[in-house]
Design a protein around this ligand. Structure first.
Ligand code: CP
Length: 348
């Protein structure tokens, strides 16, 4: 059983095929001609944290593909409370065709995958966000300069080493792209992540650079990317983080003036306008943030089709008809479907 938990679990060719499938499904959807590839399938969606893009994109993707998604929230289902994760994973697996999970701890999603008997898709953890970055690379392919191949592209991430930064670093270096992380030393990617990125480059031919100099880091960038400087639970660090990042690492027009004219601005969203990025950049001509958000929908469709599709038994109209007849025959003689006795009818 393969899960979609970390892009490191996939080869460049496998990731490329997901990107190509994303393109096919987007084109079909745009023409309102998407085949019901997941007819009758169900996706259980576990969210330990709030979500706009991930929740909506997965739910709409399932509906558009002919399936169905269930929103499962802690407090409404047993998730490691009153029931072990092992049992929850095994039980949910008996009723749905895949599980999408946004969990506070990365270990929770890997534990779910360990015991699930259906594919588990990582919808963001404290370590990474693989569905986001698959969509990001797809968006980069759509907006790349026409004379550049994927491997020529340079992505500069300016800001905190978030879970999105981690995933972007991994997928770009795995695909043979050029990736720079620019942040104050204290907020740079941990050495363990950097080691994975460098190992990817050794195989893929990509490059990985760390920088503390934003103007120099964006000078070669085709895409300048940022993320929040702090997240829920890091409120006590806001003064320190603001002092470290502001104003040098903020994405504003002055910083983007150092980037090539064709460079585009990306953000996974949600964004703190006026903090890590200005309104002028968010609303300006370089921003491709809403294309990025829309592409979550198309990339989720590709992931769902690739991971659920192979496990669905092909539907045979003859077999469905045979079962329909058998059930109809049974129901003709079922006590609950028989006409009520005169005494019961009188009461009604
Ligand atoms: N980018 C992203 O994952 O957004 P949500 O938190 O709204 O899902």
């Amino acid at each position: 059983m393969r899960h979609f938990i970390d892009t490191q679990d996939f080869t460049k060719a496998e990731l490329m095929s997901l990107l190509e499938l994303t393109g096919l499904l987007k084109a079909a959807d745009r023409q309102r001609a998407l085949p019901p590839l997941l007819a009758g399938a169900s996706l259980g969606m576990i969210f330990e944290e709030p979500s706009t893009r991930t929740r909506i994109s997965f739910e709409v993707a399932m509906t558009k593909l002919g399936g169905h998604a269930l929103y499962l929230k802690p407090g409404e289902i047993h998730l490691g409370v009153r029931e072990s994760l092992k049992d929850t994973a095994r039980v949910i697996s008996r009723m749905v065709d895949a599980i999408e999970a946004r969990t506070l701890k990365h270990a929770t999603v890997t534990e779910l995958a360990r015991y699930a008997t259906v594919p588990v898709i990582n919808g963001l953890t404290d370590y990474n966000h693989p569905t986001q970055v698959l969509c990001d690379v797809f968006t980069m392919l759509e907006h790349r300069p026409k004379d550049k191949a994927l491997e020529d592209l340079h992505v500069t991430f300016v800001g905190d080493a978030t879970n999105v930064c981690s995933s972007l670093m991994m997928i770009c270096t795995r695909m043979g792209m050029n990736f720079t992380h620019c942040a104050p030393k204290r907020y740079q990617a941990p050495e363990a992540w950097q080691a994975i990125a460098r190992a990817n480059c050794a195989v893929s031919g990509g490059t990985f650079t760390v920088s503390e100099d934003p103007p120099a880091a964006v000078a070669q960038a085709d895409f300048v990317y940022t993320d929040l400087w702090w997240w829920v639970g890091q409120e006590a660090e806001i003064p320190d983080r603001t002092a470290a990042f502001m104003p040098r690492y903020q994405i504003n027009e002055a910083l983007l003036a150092h980037a090539p004219a064709h460079a585009r601005f990306m953000h996974c969203l949600p964004a703190s306008r006026g903090v890590e990025v200005t309104d002028a950049v968010m609303d300006g001509p370089r921003a491709i943030i809403y294309d990025q958000s829309e592409n979550r929908l198309h990339a989720e469709k590709a992931i769902l089709v690739a991971f659920i599709g192979p496990h669905l038994t092909p539907r045979s109209p003859e077999l469905s008809q045979w079962h329909a007849g058998r059930i109809a025959d049974f129901l003709k003689h079922h006590p609950l479907t028989e006409t009520p006795s005169p005494a019961v009818q009188e009461k009604v």
